[in-house]
Design a protein around this ligand. Structure first.
Ligand code: GDP
Ligand code: MG
Length: 250
């Protein structure tokens, strides 16, 4: 082939380098107290993709979170290393008197947050809602996000081609995912599952018939991990940097 150099070899180099260096990813969980944030952090770490390296996260009830707290674990699958750090936070709004004003507080908070980081909203404790209530709540939230110009992840303006648009539109329709958190394992039909024990049976966090935790996990650490990092780096961090530079010149 005339003029053929073989530049695709760069792909192998990138792969070797990525395998050697591994990937890093940081997630922060925010929201009102008692919603299940700390439990969700444990659920993420305990769920099946890293069952191969059993983690001792302790047993018993999760204590109330009083300060920022980060947990890091290195997860390895087929030679690919992911250093995942999840930061748990105390409930926002806990320190102020927010009687009757929590919804405006949520909106104000999200409006600012989505300009600084990628926001992935979830409906927590979805086991306390019927399927119908979940759908109504989801639609109400989608409507509120739109009305108040809260541009959550995956943002339409960053879809790069038709494939992104098709895949991300499906995600945008399902956001916020209705999730259930649990850090206890139970035996169901001979299988060990993460779930919540109720009068009616076990609610399994990894069962799509029970909740959408698998969609959240897949989005965060499988299908969109690199995209989340790219937008954080190229858009959010760049905006922050420009803003700080402008401030320092004033
Ligand atoms: P945080 O204050 O947001 O960190 O909430 P925690 O994780 O400490 O959870 C508060 C309480 O809610 C605990 O008793 C948890 O067991 C319970 N909880 C957490 N996630 C869920 C869930 O998905 N469903 C139900 N029903 N309870 C949950
Ligand atoms: Mg907590």
């Amino acid at each position: 082939m005339l003029g053929y150099v073989g530049i695709e070899a760069v792909l192998d180099q990138l792969k070797i380098k990525a395998m050697k260096m591994g990937f890093e990813f940081n997630i922060m969980v925010v929201g009102q107290s008692g919603l299940g944030k700390s439990t969700m952090v444990n659920t993420l770490f305990k769920s099946k993709i890293w069952n191969c390296t059993p983690l001792d996260l302790g047993q018993g009830p999760v204590p109330q979170t009083l300060q920022l707290h980060s947990v890091t674990h290195v997860i390895e699958e087929k030679g690919v290393k992911l250093k995942l750090t999840v930061t748990d936070t105390p409930g926002f709004g806990d320190q102020i008197n927010n009687d009757k004003c929590l919804r405006p507080l949520d909106i104000e908070f999200l409006q600012r947050l989505c300009r600084t980081v990628n926001v992935v909203p979830v409906i927590a404790r979805a086991d306390s809602l019927t399927i119908e209530e979940r759908e109504n709540f989801r639609q109400r939230i989608q409507h509120n996000l739109k009305t108040h110009c809260i541009d959550v992840y995956p943002q339409k303006c960053f879809d790069e081609d038709i494939n992104d648009r098709i895949l991300n539109s499906k995600i945008r329709d399902r956001i916020p995912f209705a999730v259930v958190g649990a850090d206890q394992e139970h035996l169901v039909n001979g299988r060990c599952v993460l779930g919540r024990k109720t009068k009616w049976g076990i609610i399994e966090v990894e069962n799509m018939a029970h909740c959408e935790f698998p969609l959240l996990r897949d989005l965060l650490i499988r299908s969109h991990l690199q995209d989340l990092k790219d937008i954080t780096h190229n858009v959010h961090y760049e905006n922050y940097r420009v803003c700080r530079l402008n401030q320092s010149h004033m």
